[in-house]
Design a protein around this ligand. Structure first.
Ligand code: 6AU
Length: 277
């Protein structure tokens, strides 16, 4: 796959054209809040998680969780997250990286200890186990008795940011091939760059969320590799995901504002190029 640039169409246009309600919401929220920032809130207790959502909520489009890190996960965690999502108008993305056989992931997604379907607008999955995992989750999404029909969406983990990642080549290509077959559930990719060529009519518009974003560091001691917000957006990210760069900063609110402004500025530059200016 060649290095593709991202969509040069503005979010408000993509919101109008996109057939999936969750993708529409993503673009609408981004446009309204002038933010394409996703905070990766990798906390280990509910209080820190909810405090982060409340403090950074005004500056983000999406709040990303690793809910299995939360030692005291309970009803209050879920209720609190939902309330804050409403208060600050952000979507919730559970970074669960589902990977198992179809029968198992259906149960991990809907019900179980973490009750992902109840509160996560977005969840990601790997197709390491083959296409059946997407089929299984799509079946759950489109079942007549699924209570969140049209309110939930999937992201395929098409690439990873870590050194030596095996999510490359044929694996990534299969994600790209598979995505259009599940229009009721799959709305995009977690990837380091655009993976598809956007069309002027908006057909086949897949949202790209790029992680491994940091304005100060190049990586960590455990294989993480970073790029800047500007580089990610130029390579095709529609949304930038940042964790430690924001929540571990001396002033997380100031950091969130800086990342938001960098991401938004890069997006504006990209759509201006599309207008030929
Ligand atoms: O900014 P950081 O390095 O503190 O956090 C990055 C976050 C972590 C990872 O679990 C996640 O992004 N992540 C993912 C996701 C979002 O799926 C994929 C990947 O390839 N690399 C990565 O860091 O919560």
């Amino acid at each position: 796959m060649s290095e593709l640039q991202g969509s040069q169409r503005p979010y408000h246009e993509r919101a109008l054209q996109h057939p999936h309600p969750v993708a529409k919401r993503l673009f609408q929220v981004a446009e309204l809040k002038k933010s394409n920032l996703v905070i990766s809130a990798d906390f280990t207790d509910s209080k820190s998680l909810l405090t982060c959502a409340d403090r950074l909520g005004p500056y983000i489009a999406v709040f990303k969780t690793h809910i299995d890190l939360i030692a005291d996960f309970s009803d209050e965690t879920v209720t609190g997250l939902k309330q804050l999502a409403k208060k600050h108008n952000f979507l919730i993305f559970e970074d669960r990286k589902l990977v198992d056989i179809g029968h198992t992931v259906q149960k991990q997604y809907h019900g179980g200890a973490l009750r992902l379907s109840e509160w996560a607008d977005l969840v990601n999955l790997s197709i390491l186990s083959g296409d059946g995992i997407v089929e299984a989750l799509d079946q759950t999404f489109t079942a007549a008795d699924f209570p969140y029909r049209g309110q939930r969406a999937l992201l395929l983990l098409a690439e990873m940011t870590t050194r030596g990642s095996r999510a490359v080549g044929a694996y990534t290509e299969q994600c790209v091939k598979l995505a259009p077959a599940y229009p009721d559930s799959v709305i995009g990719f977690v990837a380091t760059r655009a993976l598809t060529t956007p069309t002027p009519t908006g057909a086949g518009d897949f949202v790209v969320l790029s992680t491994g974003i940091n304005m100060a560091a190049k990586g960590d001691a455990l294989g993480q590799q970073y790029q800047t917000p500007q580089s990610a957006i130029a390579r095709g990210a529609d949304f930038i995901i940042a964790g430690r760069g924001i929540y571990a900063a001396a002033d997380p609110v100031a950091a969130a504002i800086a990342y938001r402004d960098a991401g938004w500025g890069a997006y504006e530059k990209r759509i201006q190029r599309g207008d030929g200016s």
